[in-house]
Design a protein around this ligand. Structure first.
Ligand SMILES: Cc1cc2nc3c(=O)[nH]c(=O)nc-3n(C[C@H](O)[C@H](O)[C@H](O)COP(=O)(O)O)c2cc1C
Length: 319
């Protein structure tokens, strides 16, 4: 198998603040995935959850890349209980897992986080249904938040979380380091990808990143977005990894349908708002909310965006 081609796809995965918090180790029997402790955003992501979700997304991207090359894989998740930073070992296998859709490889290069406002056309229920099924099959809970009151509560929770984080100088310092990046950077959120400031009709509040997004053309209609909340029955690194894999599958599926998407974890990084979301928005109060996905039709002026930067393979792969 051409492992490097699949690894190049893996590192296109989304990650918290584009921190690319993964390390890959090539072994005679396969490839191992580790979290990179030096890339943990300790103030934004004190539990390390976003970091593992990011690595889960990269693991799914890798499996899609291998499947695209006709290569099946056996995955052992968290194979060493005493070394939790060893997230997965991927070994060649004769068959491709039925849940890995090789056709998603075609959109890995063009998927990106779309923070621009969406069009007013709703996402059809057949498409949100397809995404919910992806989560169902992996045992990850999904709420599609359509109720107007629930959405308002969610928006309020996002604002409360943002207020708390913004008041923390440690959080602000991390955000300053990891966003507002200019051409030539190999990590972090580029300055032109920050969400447009100020309220956009119908848009859920977004995390504020440093930078200057291109100005918005006025739009008469409010944006319409499907909001998916992914949750798990336990709050463990294994479940976080699974959520990352499902996040990747949903984002790539959305991209295949021509939809844009942006993940949001801000209100789940603050304990009070995470509890509020579990008790008042999630359909299952015993579950643990992990990530929100905002999905909608991109406006035409969003146009082509150059891919967000990544570090080269040589920096993230030990051979
Ligand atoms: C676990 C996780 C959490 C994220 N949280 C947010 C967020 O709160 N707000 C946001 O705008 N983007 C969020 N993102 C998107 C990342 O910023 C984005 O993936 C990264 O900058 C790389 O850009 P790309 O997705 O366009 O390749 C998140 C991504 C992941 C995987």
């Amino acid at each position: 198998m051409d492992l490097d081609t699949a690894l190049l796809m893996a590192i296109r995965a989304p990650s918290i603040h584009n921190s690319q918090p993964w390390r890959w180790r090539i072994r005679p029997h396969g490839v191992e995935l580790y979290t990179d402790a030096t890339r943990r955003l300790t103030r934004t992501d004190p539990a390390g959850r976003d970091q593992v979700i990011s690595c889960g997304a990269a693991l799914h991207h890798l499996l899609v890349g291998l499947a695209d090359a006709g290569q099946g894989a056996r995955v052992r998740r968290l194979p060493e209980p005493t070394r939790p930073h060893h997230l997965a070992t991927v070994e060649p296998a004769p068959r491709i897992d039925a849940d890995i859709d090789a056709a998603l490889a075609a959109v890995i290069g063009r998927r990106h986080t779309g923070r621009r406002p969406f069009r007013s056309w709703p996402v059809p229920p057949e498409l949100t249904g397809e995404m919910a099924e992806i989560a169902d099959r992996q045992g990850v809970g999904v709420d599609i938040i359509t109720d107007a009151r629930a959405r308002r509560r969610l928006y309020r929770a996002i604002e409360v979380a943002a207020g708390q984080q913004d008041a923390d100088p440690g959080y602000a310092a991390e955000l300053a380091v990891w966003s507002g990046r200019t051409a030539g950077a190999r990590e972090g959120v580029p300055a032109d990808r920050a969400p447009s400031p100020g309220p956009v009709p119908g848009r859920m509040p977004m995390r504020g990143f440093a930078g200057e997004p291109p100005p918005l053309a006025p739009q008469g209609e409010p944006e319409s977005a499907a909001l998916l909340l992914l949750s798990t029955s336990a709050d463990t690194p294994l479940q976080w990894l699974r959520v990352g894999e499902v996040t990747s599958a949903i984002l790539l599926t959305a991209a295949r349908h021509g939809l844009a998407a942006s993940p949001l974890t801000q209100p789940l990084e603050v304990g009070d708002t995470r509890t509020f979301i579990r008790n008042h928005i999630s359909g299952d109060r015993s579950s643990h909310p992990q990530i929100l996905l905002r999905i909608g039709w991109p406006r035409p002026e969003s146009g082509y965006l150059r891919p967000t930067p990544r570090r080269p393979l040589a920096e993230v792969v030990d051979r």
